[in-house]
Design a protein around this ligand. Sequence first.
Ligand SMILES: Cc1cc2nc3c(=O)[nH]c(=O)nc-3n(C[C@H](O)[C@H](O)[C@H](O)COP(=O)(O)O)c2cc1C
Length: 363
Amino acid sequence: MSSLFESYDLAGLRLANRIVMAPMTRARAPDTVPTADMATHYAQRAGAGLIITESTQVSVQGRGYLYTPGIHSAAQIEGWKRVTAAVHEAGGRIFAQLWHVGRVSHGSLLDGQAPVAPVPVTAAQTRVHAYDSDGQPAQVPVSPPVALDAQGIRQIIADFRQAAINAMTAGFDGVEIHAGNGFLFEQFINGGLNTREDRYGGPSISNRLRLLLETVDQVSAQIGSQRVGVRVSPFARAADLHPFEGEQQTWLALAGALAQRQIAYLHASDLGDADFQKTFRAAFGGTFVLSGGFTGETARQAIDDGRADLAVFGRPFIANPDLVDRLRHGWPLAEAGREAYYGGGARGYIDYPTYAMRQAQMA
Ligand SMILES: Cc1cc2nc3c(=O)[nH]c(=O)nc-3n(C[C@H](O)[C@H](O)[C@H](O)COP(=O)(O)O)c2cc1C
């Protein structure tokens, strides 16, 4: 048997196997409060060694899309309690992905305020699902952001710290700080965008990493670094972020700085060529979680060749709640239609049968 299906010790937390369910925004929390359907959805997928939740905003300011859940109000914490209880009941483990979108947002989601960013530069060709001028849900261009001042930066770090405390109150096994996909932390890390002249930006790599590392430190001080993961997507080029001078050194410096902090894991996608993947992984040295386009076979190889400790599956989990069983037995996978990805109700969300259920229906 491949070690893909063997248990793994994640900083003292026992995972049943090395398959991780990717964080996937599904936009099914109409008022930002996790629902009963969300509890069902995640519990159905508890066969994963670890579930990472969909991106979850740490504050109203951190929100960039309609119907994504938050983890800053009492009602949201109560909603998440149902989710974590259902997953634990089903034998799974679950981390909350903590999120701040930075400039990728729209005033209609922010009580009319402008989104915040390292610099007041609008992301070109970037749309979010928010309200149009008639108050109707629509894909709209992001609003121009304002630059964060020192107090604004302190508040964001405080919001992450509080969100991590809230996550533990809600029963999560840990948190993943989302530093990928062109959102707030990556906006600070990107040397092309972040031309600030204070300690949080400019040519200095350590200045551009500072916001993320201070956040990791503050969150770790509250819940323990062994309960903290970090996600990056260095070359994804999301939300109008572009190549910049010294980007490989920047990401390697981050991996090294996270290594010193003994976090639970580093989760990466969009790492570029095999050489860089190897160097990046070596610079971190701890539990390495790899995401993007895996099949059962390529995941098995990645684990068995030592390229990753845990293999993440995203889209395959949507239509295959029993994905781990299907991979283990070589059963065929179902395909999810893209129309089910974001928004809507139970359809395309909690109505995918397991392979065994399907066989029984067909018999
Ligand atoms: C519908 C959908 C929503 C996603 N939402 C998130 C998210 O909230 N946070 C995140 O870090 N990545 C998100 N991703 C990226 C996935 O975590 C994953 O990296 C990507 O789907 C590639 O893996 P796959 O080829 O196994 O699907 C999303 C992907 C999809 C398809």
